[in-house]
Design a protein around this ligand. Structure first.
Ligand code: NAP
Length: 288
């Protein structure tokens, strides 16, 4: 199976690349931004012609939620228009197209987990651009998987929330973290293996895939420090209203993964368990 992996050096892309390379079933063609800028349509055509993919997994995205507020056209170009071009190119060559989306397409007004049927209503430009990418995907091909996920952590060059909390704990005694945003932290290793299970099926459509359980940013940060090495820092509570953010975020964006459970008969383990395992592994290898 020939897999074109786009955005192969990002947080999720690098984990997918690692898992795909371990599996002899797949021949993976990883493309990072310097090899393929997805906003250049002629480059997409050249890469598709060269690789002749059967599956296209797009991990390339504009993910800076704050910056998207000041350069919305760029976020829309990368997450929306470029997604359309990739989905159309996939359709033309008969390849399955995989697009990752986000809990930020929801407005957070619910107090029960969002299902695949819940109505999107993004509060910020990033969420808007990712929802546009979903709509373009659905319009452009029938053979798609849209995987909505949230609050990723895992190995990789890019700093995620976990890395940022660990870094701050080395320079600050007190780290203020928001209490009024609730979501599902998700380990890239689990998301990547669920994605690889999904693409072996023809059960196309939208899926919510996150680790089980929910947390506020505050409790997530507390867990990070409690599972990582000795430190003197402590996490203090702060309300998002007093935190200087330009992008609005949903107060509650837990995703309901029932559809994935129905198809595969399993759900991803609890985020807390996985965070603890992940932090043990990285601290043993002295990566921090
Ligand atoms: N991280 C999360 O918490 C989270 C939550 C929900 C959904 N998601 C979704 O999950 C997917 C993967 O996210 P991630 O956290 O792995 O993102 P990430 O670490 O920011 O990786 C995205 C990659 O895309 C690359 N990229 C940006 N613009 C590009 C372009 N024009 N052409 C080609 N590559 C480009 C980036 O390169 P540069 O860094 O060099 O720009 C980066 O390597 C995304 O679709 C994201 O929206 C993520």
């Amino acid at each position: 199976m020939r897999i074109l992996l786009i955005g192969s050096e990002g947080t999720l892309g690098s984990e997918l690349q690692r898992q795909l390379k371990q599996n002899k079933q797949y021949t993976v063609f990883p493309y990072h931004k310097k090899m393929l800028d997805i906003t250049l349509n002629e480059e997409i055509d050249k890469v598709f012609f060269k690789v002749k993919p059967q599956i296209v997994i797009n991990c390339a995205a504009y993910t800076d939620v704050e910056k998207a507020e000041v350069e919305p056209a760029k976020a829309i170009l990368v997450n929306g228009t470029a997604t359309k071009n990739l989905a159309e190119a996939s359709d033309k060559v008969g390849a399955i197209f995989v697009y990752f989306s986000t809990d930020y397409i929801f407005d957070g007004e619910q107090n029960v987990p969002y299902t695949e049927k819940s109505k999107p209503n993004p509060l910020n430009v990033y969420g808007e651009s990712k929802w546009l990418g979903e709509k373009y995907t659905i319009e452009s091909t029938a053979r798609y998987f849209i995987i909505r996920t949230s609050w990723l952590f895992g190995r990789g060059e890019k700093k995620d929330f976990v890395d940022k909390i660990v870094d701050l704990s080395e320079i600050q005694r007190e780290i203020p973290v928001i209490t009024d945003q609730i979501g599902s932290p998700t380990y890239t290793m689990d998301l990547a293996s669920a994605t690889l299970a999904l693409i072996l099926t023809n059960n196309f459509g939208i899926y919510h895939i996150v680790n089980k359980g929910a947390a506020s940013r505050y409790t997530f940060a507390q867990d990070v420090l409690s599972y990582s090495k000795e430190h003197a820092a402590h996490i203090s509570m702060i309300d998002s209203k007093v935190y200087p953010h330009s992008a609005r975020r949903p107060k509650y964006s837990v995703l309901d993964c029932q559809r994935f459970l129905d198809v595969f008969g399993y759900e991803l383990p609890n985020w807390r368990e996985r965070l603890s395992q992940y932090l043990k592994e990285v601290s043993t290898k002295k990566e921090w």
